[in-house]
Design a protein around this ligand. Structure first.
Ligand SMILES: [Zn+2]
Length: 496
């Protein structure tokens, strides 16, 4: 697949087992996952930033996380030690973000600010003390905290810029304040939405054997986000800080969110968890930026391929992106001459004729050994919506793989288009604003969100299929897994 940009991949420590730490080599996180440093920037943080499930409270020197074996405590020292061993390119500094049931008192928010800044200070001191022993010091991104309180968010940023006191300054002679140690900022929407009570009482802590803990998919709120409110909160954090450092936002759920935060909040980097969730839920994304020329009718951002209406739909996944084999108008969809090509394995499956491949089977060393692929690479026609509908309803995992590849490609091309329109200076001009407005007119946001939207329909259909398959072995495994998790959690509670 062509790589129009260098990929930034995020790993949350709570989802990793200790195995990658045993990987030999200089860069275990890269090498274990097969991501060459030339192609990928790997970042490491503690939590899945898109998981809104409530957990027990953090302490003065630990954070509660949700691992595959239940909830666990992680201390700042443990986190730093994992980071030092795994050697990511970017480390998201450990934050104290409350994931308990809201509302959060002012005292709790103040505590979270103090703890986060104390932990960062201590990490920097230990890094400085380790000095020569630390072969690679990753870039550090800091989460900007303060929940849904403007004052608290400004106070957190002001704290980053405050000169070190006389006790700390001698330990960090190369820095004047915490902000100088940060290479970028992280802004998280889920904790803000949690603080604002948007999740309502419906999101209970996960319990063993429940639907959400067995599937591992959190209950993201799927209503239209109150973006203007989030922007004023995010700007309370950003305004006091230097504008030159990259700003990464987590928790967006639609292309409309991305465009809004580029224009209004000045965000540079976005996470892609939402397109993976859409792939889990059987949704094939279908949008481009700039929106297709000549479009006037309102279009859906994606298609819930669980829906019966796709059972006999033999068109490709997206109306607004074509496959590599399509050269002329098929009379049904948009004119392919005007469309970008989706390079994913579903829209443009690549073919290598097995007959044209010769593999040298001689023992290495006996003669020069080579593996030759001759013949030109060609592409097959796109997979169809009907085929994916069939795969989804027969519980084939390949359905979700193909959708994930497609959705990530759609998002990639969306950002390629954004960069094209922004131009080399990456400045927001009249043309960009006009294209954002045209995008909002053409792509239907209301049909995406809400109780009757495509996201919710996909999630509901996926859950029904997930429940339907839990009749035989799956159900027994799930029950056994649930009991094991419950036992682990009881042991954990007793130990504390
Ligand atoms: Zn595709």
């Amino acid at each position: 697949m062509p790589c129009p940009s260098r990929r930034l991949v995020y790993f949350s420590l709570e989802h990793l087992t200790p195995v990658p730490t045993l990987q030999p080599g200089d860069y275990p996180l890269h090498e274990f996952h097969g991501f060459p440093q030339t192609n990928h920037i790997l970042s490491l943080g503690l939590r899945d930033t898109n998981d809104p499930r409530t957990l027990k409270g953090n302490g003065n020197d630990f954070v509660i996380v949700q691992t595959i074996r239940g909830s666990r405590k992680v201390t700042p020292a443990t986190f730093t030690s994992f980071a030092r061993t795994l050697k990511p390119d970017i480390l998201f500094a450990l934050p104290d973000i409350p994931y308990t049931q809201p509302p959060y008192s002012q005292k709790r928010v103040t505590k979270s600010i103090e703890r986060t800044q104390r932990w960062l200070t201590n990490t920097l001191i230990s890094q400085h003390t380790a000095g020569a022993d630390t072969k690679v010091i990753p870039a550090i991104f800091g989460h900007l905290l303060g929940g849904a309180a403007h004052d608290a968010r400004s106070a957190f940023s002001a704290g980053l810029l405050e000169p070190f006191d006389s006790k700390t300054a001698p330990s960090l002679p190369h820095l004047n304040n915490l902000d100088e140690a940060l290479d970028g900022y992280v802004l998280d929407l889920i904790p803000i939405r949690l603080s604002l009570g948007e999740f309502g009482p419906g999101v209970a802590p996960p319990h063993p054997g429940s639907e959400s803990s067995s599937t591992g998919t959190p209950d993201l709120p799927l209503n239209i986000p109150n973006r203007s409110q989030y922007t004023t909160l995010l700007l309370s954090s950003l305004d006091p800080l230097p504008s030159s450092k990259p700003r990464l936002i987590t928790g967006v759920t639609a292309p409309h969110d991305i465009l809004h935060h580029i224009v209004r909040t000045g965000i540079d980097l976005f996470d892609s968890a939402w397109v993976q969730h859409a792939a889990d839920w059987g949704i094939a994304l279908d949008f481009t930026f700039p929106a297709t020329k000549g479009s006037t009718a309102t279009k859906a951002i994606g298609h819930n391929l669980y829906d019966e209406k796709y059972a006999l739909d033999f068109s490709r996944f997206a109306n607004d992106l074509k496959g590599a084999t399509e050269l002329k108008d098929d009379g049904v969809l948009e004119d392919p001459q005007l469309l970008r090509t989706c390079p994913c394995a579903a829209c443009s499956p690549s073919l290598v004729d097995p007959a044209a491949v010769t593999v040298d089977q001689r023992l290495p060393g006996s003669e020069p050994s080579s593996v030759e692929f001759s013949g030109s690479k060609t592409h097959a026609p796109p997979f169809t919506r009907a085929y994916l509908h069939h795969l989804l309803h027969t519980h084939e995992m390949s359905a979700h793989t193909l959708l994930a590849l497609h959705n990530l490609s759609v998002l990639d091309l969306f950002f390629v288009g954004i960069r094209d329109v922004l131009g080399e200076d990456e400045t927001i001009g009249d043309r960009f604003i006009a294209e954002v407005e045209r995008f909002k007119e053409i792509y239907d946001e209301e049909g995406w969100y809400g109780p009757n939207g495509i996201l919710e329909a996909g999630r509901t259909a996926w859950r029904n299929v997930d429940l339907a398959r839990g009749k035989g072995r799956f159900k027994r495994e799930r029950t056994a897994g649930g009991q094991a998790q419950q036992a682990a959690e009881v042991a954990d509670t007793e130990a504390t």
